[in-house]
Design a binder for this molecule. Structure first.
Ligand code: DQA
Length: 147
């Protein structure tokens, strides 16, 4: 099965972006990790990143129309984008919200996620391993719904 791994603004700069917070892995490293993990789980991951809210919303519509499961790191959109939330609300397949850092342990404005309430669940704080856990969750939810 296909899974979309969607990443929001500034995540293309992983590796050079605040490495003390987000680690040394580059976005290409992360994309490779997701593709390898998905393969191991019998899934096929397509990994994308955009700094553009409209583009991200278009991808979420594509997932809704195609009934495609999603692993989503909405980055800063997490904290204020009702448009991203409304796009996620249209989904019919699992969608896991992921974060590399643990937003709950950071600045006050990161303590609110406007998307968490319409996600299947949220995984945060495990570095890029958050994506591994999220893909495992997708595989688990797909297996559950098939049985
Ligand atoms: C992030 C956390 C957000 O607060 C932040 O705006 C990001 C990355 C994370 O993966 O830890 O850009 O989503």
């Amino acid at each position: 099965a296909e899974v979309l791994v969607l990443n929001g603004p500034n995540l293309g700069r992983l590796g050079s972006r605040e490495p003390d917070v987000y680690g040394a892995a580059t976005f290409d490293d992360l994309a490779g990790l997701c593709r390898d993990t998905a393969r191991r789980l019998g899934l096929h991951a397509e990994v994308r990143q955009t700094d553009d809210e409209a583009e991200l919303i278009g991808w979420l519509h594509e997932a809704a129309d195609g009934h495609i499961p999603v692993v989503l790191n909405p980055a800063a959109f997490t904290h204020y984008s009702y448009a991203v939330r409304d796009a996620i609300a249209q989904r019919t397949a699992p969608l896991i919200e992921v974060h590399i850092s643990n937003p709950a342990a950071r600045e006050e404005f990161r303590h609110t996620s406007v998307v968490a309430g319409v996600a299947s669940g949220t995984i945060a704080g495990f570095g890029t391993f958050s994506y591994v856990l999220a893909l495992q969750a997708v595989a688990e939810l797909l297996a559950e719904s098939a049985s």
